[in-house]
Design a protein around this ligand. Structure first.
Ligand code: ADP
Length: 500
């Protein structure tokens, strides 16, 4: 067994304990006896130190030319390549996802590094003619300042990278408050930023519980921006606090993503997508397929195919190369999924497969829930609320129009998918599905870093991560006018004098 990692906070270029001597534990969700890491139980006083360091570093970091800032991020990308396997192994042990998915998670960080680094030589603004003679007009992107980045455990490398990298290239300084389930991944990631040589205070790490370390960060008067990915409940608190304290805020919250399978679809292809979308990362992705909306003509056949394929999925530890579906991340997630199964029973949903905790000997020390298929009606809670586990609900529809209406009948709007061979229907779906992301003949998961990521309705608050869209989160526009006429020129007035 590997020695547990002793994680610390990283503040102003130093690895430090929290002011409190209390520490918390991160354990392997597949094997509870294995302690993966201990980490500091930080509080407001530690947050204060991190914010002060970030504020001080901001004074100089914002003046470092963007291409030079980006070179640090490029180096982080190279180091992530070097440490990819080590990080992936750690991630599998710490939060349970199968190794190949953990490698994908790190790869997303690498992709984000190289993409963000390229942005250092773009960060384009606009130039446009002035309405006055001898006057020049342009826009430039300005950094925001000190950014608090609060992240979940389901993509413990990719999501922090998505936030940290563009934030730094844009000239901000950051404080990362990672999820309490993945402190070791966050620590290794920040060690990589340190190894890349980032100046002290530019990047800071504060471990701890949401209520004790996250909350004071969100409330801190010297934080200018909060970027949050997590639950809708916490997102509501973050949004309200930032509204009250006039901070810029970017929120990525819940989803209830659906895949439509029409009667003309390639069913084998739709099956591959459904299984990967529903059970990848044990359903613990914001973009996981939680609903399968099936045309009545293919429902019976497709359901049989789905049951057959799902029955072959191998449950196990993420570190075992034979595993298809890993454990849930912690006991409360296991309880949450179990609670939804009780609700499903009470509401009369039919459990077609799974529906229970895996009790065999080899699963006793972990949080294993069997891949589950539920036959439901659209009004049931399991068809409407985010479960965040290996549970997929099947909903029958009679028509394409009904399929679209049901997919849209949710307060969320992150990812959506349709399998059809009909090009006209595909284009109608692209137009009418209410979601930030729509896949045609692909599953609801599979975001690429150079395209915008985010959701409509209650999934987000109108911002997008990744792509060039994220620059609108981490910069503020400044409009600059340069008058080289040598005289006062009054816009809208002096150039209209002749009309009088
Ligand atoms: P999940 O249910 O996925 O754990 P949370 O929204 O609880 O989602 O957690 C996402 C992140 O938000 C974690 O880093 C967590 O510590 C943090 N967090 C939780 N509560 C708060 C809070 N009140 N203020 C700020 N951050 C919080």
């Amino acid at each position: 067994m590997t020695e547990p990692l002793i994680c610390q906070n990283y503040i102003d270029g130093e690895w430090l304990s929290a002011a409190s001597v209390d520490t918390l534990e991160s354990r392997n969700p597949a094997l509870n006896s294995e302690l993966v890491a201990t980490f500091p139980r930080s509080a407001a006083i530690d947050v204060d130190a991190a914010v002060a360091a970030a504020r001080k570093a901001y004074r100089t970091w914002r003046l470092v030319p963007a291409p030079a800032r980006a070179e640090y991020i490029f180096r982080v990308g190279e180091l992530l390549v070097k440490y990819k396997e080590e990080l992936a192994q750690l991630m599998s042990r710490e939060m349970g996802k199968p190794l190949k998915e953990a490698r994908g998670d790190v790869q997303e960080g690498i992709d984000c590094a190289f993409y963000s680094a390229g942005e250092g030589r773009r960060l384009f603004g606009q130039t446009t003619p002035s309405e006055m003679p001898n006057k020049f007009a342009m826009t430039v992107r300005m950094p925001i300042g000190v950014c608090a980045l609060i992240t979940p455990w389901n993509f413990p490398v990719a999501i922090p990278c998505w936030k940290i990298m563009p934030a730094l290239v844009c000239g901000n300084t950051v404080i990362l408050k990672p999820a309490e389930d993945t402190p070791a991944c966050a620590t290794k990631l920040i060690q990589i930023f340190q190894e890349a040589g980032l100046p002290k205070g530019v990047i800071n790490l504060v471990h701890g519980l949401g209520e004790e370390a996250g909350k004071p960060l969100v409330e801190h008067p010297d934080v200018d921006l909060v970027s949050f990915t997590g639950s809708s409940e916490t997102g509501a608190f973050v949004g309200a606090t930032c509204g009250r304290t006039h901070k810029r805020v970017c929120l990525e919250m819940g989803g209830k993503n659906a895949q439509i399978v029409m009667e003309d679809a390639d069913l084998e292809l739709a099956l591959d997508g459904a299984v990967w979308g529903a059970f990848g990362t044990s359903g613990q992705r914001c973009t996981a397929t939680s609903r399968l909306i099936l045309h009545r003509d293919i429902k019976e056949k497709f359901t049989a195919m789905l049951k057959e394929r799902t029955s072959k999925l191998r449950l196990g530890a993420g570190t075992d190369p034979n595993t298809d579906v890993g454990p849930l991340v912690n006991a409360s997630q296991l309880q949450r999924v179990s609670k939804y199964l009780e609700i499903a029973h009470q509401e009369g949903a039919k459990v077609l497969m799974g529906g229970e905790i895996a009790h065999e000997e080899q699963f006793q020390q972990g949080y294993f829930f069997r891949p589950t298929i539920l036959d439901v009606t659209p009004q049931m809670r399991v068809a409407r609320e985010e479960i965040f586990g290996p549970v997929v609900t099947l909903i029958e529809v009679n028509s394409f129009e009904e399929a679209i209406a049901i997919l849209n009948d949710t307060p969320y709007g992150l990812s959506s998918s349709i399998y059809t061979r009909d090009i006209n229907r595909a284009f109608v779906a692209m137009r009418d599905l209410e979601a930030g992301i729509t896949y045609i003949n692909g599953p609801t998961i599979g975001a690429e870093v150079h395209l915008p990521f985010g959701g409509v309705k209650q999934t987000g608050n109108g911002h997008r991560e990744a792509g060039t869209a994220v620059l609108d989160v981490f910069t503020e526009w400044k409009t600059v006018y340069v008058d080289f006429s040598g005289s006062l020129q009054r816009a809208q007035i002096d150039n209209r004098e002749a009309e009088l």
